[in-house]
Design a protein around this ligand. Sequence first.
Ligand code: G3I
Length: 332
Amino acid sequence: NIPSLSDVYKKHFRIGAAVNPMTLHDQEAFILKHFNSLTAENVMKFERLQPEEGHFTFTHADELIAIAQQNNKQVRGHTLVWHNQTPDWVFQQSNGEEADRQLLLERMKQHIFTVMERYKGKIGSWDVVNEAVSDSGTDLLRESKWRSIIGDDFIDKAFEYAHMADPDARLFYNDYNESHPEKREKIYSVAKGLVERGIPIHGIGLQAHWNLSEPSLDHIKQAIERYASLGLKLHITEMDVSAFSFEDKRADLTAPTEEMTDKLTERYRSFFDLMTEYAAVIDSVTFWGVADNYTWLDDFPVKGRKNWPLLFDEHLQPKPSFWEVVDVARKE
Ligand code: G3I
């Protein structure tokens, strides 16, 4: 008798999954059983929603929203302003030259308004800006067209437009390597700046693309406390735990070894132990996928290498890590 994961965690936080048209089609009942929050893995990104200027393609996004509405599920909107999966036209004028600040701000506003107004009341929280902080070096922000054309205040603007478009939506800044001390401090200072300038931001998304060796529990704990000290809510937005440690570049396995499974189980247990400890500030924990039959990690960092980072195996059966995670909630 397999319990619903989101039921088991009802008292702690929502449990979500990133879905795509294929998993929604093939595994709808399974998804609806275990998850009470849904995120679009790709179909709400800029290039999918507005591949050409003014031509919006909402079909897949609408389908996800309809399923969520019919089944009383929350939706996290992902994502409005990102350097990736954004079409080139956004940054160009019709003559092929680069857009200027004013034009790009108009396009940003137009995109945010069109998308957020359409889903008003149906998408409770939005990843307004995704991955704007740089991974290394002294620069706070990564190089991107958004930044080089508009300036560093593109983040402020995105949040301001988002708040105008849907004043009830909870607005998040979302990033990865969020627990790495150096990047954590950069994310912290960007978010702190927003808060201090009175920009409408309500939360920080910790993507939580973790693995068998990194990050340490201490680093995760420090990140949670640091971000929460700003008075913001936290969402774990894209959780998966690679079955490989960071250094492990093997590409020939067809199934996880016993050692990997044991370690993964232990990691999941300690992550959920920690997250339940902070349930007062963590509102939701979303997995970046449903089950091991499909995960973006099959192509990253080693193209075509099978990975097993989720709580359900390739046949949608619960893995030992699932039962550990269930056990954590029941012990509380
Ligand atoms: O749909 C096309 C298909 O028509 C085409 O033939 C094929 C050839 O490459 O590509 C398909 O698109 C791929 C798409 O996923 C759908 O599978 C893209 O190439 C591929 O780049 C894209 O990857 C997505 C990635 O974001 C893009 O950066 C992953 O699915 C998605 O899981 C991943 O999600 C991101 C979050 O949005 C932000 N945080 C990190 C996370 C993992 O990278």
